[in-house]
Design a protein around this ligand. Structure first.
Ligand code: AMP
Length: 581
């Protein structure tokens, strides 16, 4: 279905704001040096994201400005000024130093979306550590894989999540300290290596000197999934703040006076690059809502906090769509002036619906964990082509290329590739340098996505080039799910695919062959799905399971996911010459 381009008013019709410019057209004159000059840098030299996002505002007289408006699941609201954020992060920096944390040490945070999560990430950065936020829906296996691989020294978690950590604690030899927050105020009986976060925080001094990190020092790592193997840690440096600051302004249209809500969880890169770094480096007030999706509650959050800029994801927009226009009509959304979306294809119907029901245009943009910041965007001052990801940001060269690295003509599908060198590009996959190097070919960074470009330079997403699944905005590696499936005593073999879904873009579908003597039943399906949900993650379990007597394999014994997917979707099966007899 084709949709009309949504024409923006001409620039002269805009209520002129200094950053509302045609950024796609300004790519030629852009220089990263200008953005580097906007960063203040540490007083004694060096660059630290914590300083750029928090301390700097206090130093420049904005300490009294609200940095965070936090709303709990229960509806209580806490606000923090930049000065309070500085004190909290200084104390946590001291607390971590007191535990022996030195530059480059990994500090992981496994918390609900509470203020302590935000301040621990920044305390870590200010102490020179590398922060690793974990999604609070993770089960023990997902936690173990990430904390073990990163060899994190400290983990900050909560009394509500600690049981999942305790299950795998003895598989984490490098982990020295587990700090446990207790917002729930439940009785807490620390086990060996555990201590109370609040007590340690209370003892820590607020007099703190930021570690003099250099731009190239590592700052944060996010685990991301591939087709094979366990998730790998994409590592970013402090210099990434340049890309995050720049794009928060040009792609999210953030001005210092905005009140901004990014609905992403900091367990994923959107929740840090745009739920922490970009907006706070511009001194914007951020809203964080702790609870899960709920249409009416979300609208009320927008109204209650006077949100002006809103960054969300296609699955959420489709869920709002399902909840209907009436859900929106109960709240006053008139202050919301700019909406953006990321994470998976934003279908034109969702954009058209939001225009009608909310009176807002969602501006889609594209990027990934590895790119550290938005790369392709529908800018505020640009016509929106519903269904297109937009055009490259100033400072990035994007292209659609063929297998030899040559750009293909407009309209032709190929690999979406970026010219390496933008400041927030990831620096490595943790302890997997070879894999990192393999992502660069013929002078391009190969994103793993398939796309095409139209004559006007708008990019259109086609799909993933690999077997990775995108479900409700979360990237899930089939191998992770298959590994969890085969741990169930009834499962002999398992293969997992992404099955198209009108709401979640894809759902995880598992094909399972059972061990001899196990009888297929719906109850067993539910039990297996629950098993994966509890062990791996609440977002990464198979919503559909099909029992098969055996799984199709190549002669070398590799399960052919591609074939299962083709059969599921009724597509041509392709080359099956390597199929086991
Ligand atoms: P992640 O690294 O988890 O942020 O996932 C990145 C992947 O999500 C990209 O490589 C794309 O496959 C997908 N993605 C992100 N943004 C978009 C978008 N605007 N349209 C289509 N796919 C997207």
């Amino acid at each position: 279905m084709r949709h009309e381009t949504i024409r923006k008013p001409s620039l002269s019709e805009f209520p002129v704001a200094p950053n509302l410019r045609d950024w796609a057209a300004e790519r030629k004159t852009f220089s990263w040096d200008a953005i580097a000059k906007e960063c203040r840098g540490l007083p004694g030299g060096g660059l630290n994201k914590g300083f750029e996002c928090i301390d700097r505002h206090v130093l420049e007289g904005r300490g009294g400005k609200t940095a965070l408006r936090w709303e709990s699941k229960e509806g209580t609201i806490e606000t923090f000024t930049f000065a309070q954020a500085k004190e909290a992060t200084d104390r946590i920096g001291n607390l971590l130093r007191g535990l022996g944390v030195a530059r480059g040490d990994r500090i992981f945070v496994f918390l609900e979306r509470v203020p302590e999560l935000y301040w621990t990430v920044f305390g870590t950065l200010k102490a020179g550590g590398v922060a690793g936020p974990l999604f609070s829906a993770f089960g023990p296996e997902a936690i173990r894989d990430r904390v073990a691989d990163s060899e994190a020294k400290v983990l900050v978690t909560s009394t509500t999540l600690i049981d999942r950590v305790r299950e795998i604690r003895n598989e984490l030899p490098a982990l020295q300290h587990v700090l446990v927050t207790n917002r729930a105020r439940v009785p807490f009986f620390p086990q060996a290596g555990e201590s109370s976060f609040e007590e340690a925080y209370g003892r820590a001094s607020a007099a703190f000197e930021i570690e003099p990190t250099r731009p190239e020092d590592f700052s944060i790592m996010h685990y991301t999934s591939g087709t094979t193997g366990k998730p790998k840690g994409a590592v970013h440096w402090h210099r990434a703040i340049l890309g995050q600051r720049h794009t928060a302004r040009v792609c999210l249209d953030l001005h210092p006076e905005d009140v901004y809500w990014c609905t992403a969880d900091p367990g994923w890169v959107t929740g840090t690059s745009y739920g922490m770094f970009g907006p706070w480096s511009l001194g914007v007030t951020q809203v964080v809502y702790e609870g899960p999706f709920d249409a009416e509650r979300w609208y009320s959050v927008l109204e209650r906090h006077g949100v002006t800029v809103w960054y969300s994801a296609p699955t959420a927009i489709r869920m709002l769509m399902k909840a209907g226009k009436e859900a929106a009509s109960k709240s006053d959304l008139s202050r919301v002036r700019f909406c953006a979306s990321v994470g998976e294809p934003l279908n034109p119907e969702a954009i058209v619906w939001a225009q009608d029901a909310l009176g807002k245009t969602f501006h889609d943009n594209w990027w990934q964990t590895e790119t550290g910041c938005i790369q392709i965007s529908n800018y505020a001052a640009m016509d929106v082509r519903p269904g297109s990801m937009g055009r490259p940001i100033p400072g990035t060269e994007a292209a659609v290329i063929d297998a030899s690295g040559k750009e293909v003509p407009a309209g032709q599908e190929g690999d979406l590739a970026l010219k390496p060198g933008w400041p927030s590009m990831y620096r490595t996959y943790w302890k997997k340098k070879e894999l990192y190097d393999s992502r660069f070919k013929n002078g391009w960074y190969i994103t793993g996505d398939r796309a095409w470009k139209d004559e006007d330079g708008y990019f259109w997403f086609v799909g993933r080039a690999d077997d990775v699944i995108k479900t409700a905005g979360h990237l899930v590696g089939p191998f992770e799910v298959e590994s969890a499936l085969v741990e169930h005593p009834a499962v002999a073999e398992a293969a997992v695919i992404g099955k198209p879904d009108p709401e979640r873009y894809e759902i995880i579908k598992a094909f399972v062959s059972l061990r001899a003597g196990c009888v297929p039943s719906d109850a067993l399906k539910a039990e297996i799905a629950n098993f994966v949900r509890n062990r791996l993650a609440a977002h990464a379990y198979p919503r559909e399971i099909e029992f098969l007597p055996g799984l199709p394999k190549t002669r070398s014994g590799k399960i052919m996911r591609r074939l299962l997917k083709a059969r599921e979707l009724g597509l041509p099966e392709g080359d099956t010459s390597t199929l086991e007899e």
